[in-house]
Design a protein around this ligand. Structure first.
Ligand code: FDA
Length: 316
């Protein structure tokens, strides 16, 4: 592990402390600073952001923020938020042909509820997939910590039986992911490959950035050489370049894979990729529950912590 890996792990650990969460969430300027990564709390904010992105030729996927839901009403509220969002996007003509799709976290849909949590989350996801399908777009399942990987891949199998366009995220920091890529590199399968954003133990995940990157390349090779639809989710310039080379080597058309980056991160690079004729999808989170998402972005890049602290210091 190098210094930046240690810093990343410490920040993820720190972010879990209630006192830190309180401090950040209650700071009067947090919302203004958060805006760089999260366009707003309401449907209208994110529909406007997706519209602006579409106007520049980029695609997008929208995540209604929330995770680790512990009561049924909250899980239902998350489902309803997605249904309302999809309706608003469809009315704006943004869903057709998958210009804008949605990303779901099963934990936000009730996966961790005692008893039937998994079944409830799957049912909620199914309702969202049904509406997405009617609106002409797709759904991708986000991947959370490693204790949920099997459950998420099982949900993917069940959903794909009715909605073959449903995709899933795989994380190259997990040792298992190469094998998962082989399983999912099949016709019609959409796989979003990322490095992984959670703090995972050495028993299941590579700990050093260099090992995670090497794993990313091995996984990407499998996906690019297969008949599926790879979604290259990274801001890492080296990996973006390697993805282009692997796609060319596999004889892939630009329409047979896409690059993906997060809202507010490397926007110039996003435009450059889509302007050269490749597909670029922006992952846009929205909603009130921005804390966990924001802390993972801070951990990825210490400069973001400075950006955030400077905001607190100058406006607080
Ligand atoms: P890395 O973190 O090494 O960054 C490479 C370079 O990109 C940096 O040097 C910097 O220039 C730029 N950069 C990266 N992060 C930045 C930031 N926060 N601010 C400013 N610049 C930054 N994870 C997960 O566990 N489950 C999931 O479901 C998803 N879903 C997902 C979807 C999409 C579309 C993306 C792009 C990412 C995810 N992730 C995710 C997050 C992912 O696992 C990872 O944490 C981040 O993408 C950062 O990793 P990079 O590959 O960008 O490399």
């Amino acid at each position: 592990m190098d210094a930046s890996d240690v810093l990343r792990n410490s920040l993820l650990q720190l972010a879990k402390q209630e006192s830190i969460r309180d401090l950040v969430q209650k700071a009067p300027v947090s919302r203004a600073v958060v805006k760089r990564f999260v366009p707003g709390a309401q449907h209208a904010d994110v529909v406007a952001a997706a519209g602006e992105i579409a106007a520049t030729g980029r695609l997008s996927t929208i995540d209604y923020l929330g995770e680790d839901t512990t009561d049924l009403a909250q899980a239902q509220q998350t489902r309803d938020a997605y249904l309302e969002l999809l309706t608003a996007l469809r009315d704006e003509g943004l869903t057709e042909g998958g210009t804008v799709e949605v990303s779901l976290k099963l934990s936000a849909l009730g996966q961790a509820l005692p008893g039937d949590g998994n079944k409830i989350a799957l049912e909620h996801a199914r309702e969202i997939c049904t509406l997405a399908d009617l609106a002409g777009t797709t759904v991708t399942l986000d991947m959370e910590d490693h204790t949920t990987t099997d459950l998420t891949l099982e949900a993917l199998r069940e959903l794909r039986a009715d909605f073959p366009g449903v995709g899933a995220v795989l994380q190259s920091y997990l040792y298992r992911t190469e094998a998962d890529c082989r399983d999912l590199a099949v016709a019609g399968s959409r796989v979003r490959l990322c490095k992984g954003a959670y703090k995972e133990p050495e028993s299941v995940a590579f700990q050093s950035g260099a090992d995670v990157d090497k794993s990313y390349v091995r996984c990407l090779k499998i996906l690019m050489e297969g008949p599926g639809y790879p979604m290259v989710a990274t801001h890492d310039p080296r990996l973006v370049e390697i993805a282009g080379a692997l796609a060319a080597k596999a004889g892939r058309a630009a329409s047979s894979f896409e690059y993906q980056m997060l809202y507010g991160i490397r926007p110039d690079e996003q435009k450059r990729i889509s302007d050269r004729g490749d597909q670029l999808r922006v992952y846009i989170p929205y909603g009130e529950e921005w804390y966990g998402y924001l802390m993972r972005r801070m951990a990825e890049k210490p400069a973001n912590v400075m950006f955030f602290l400077r905001g607190l210091a100058t406006k607080g």
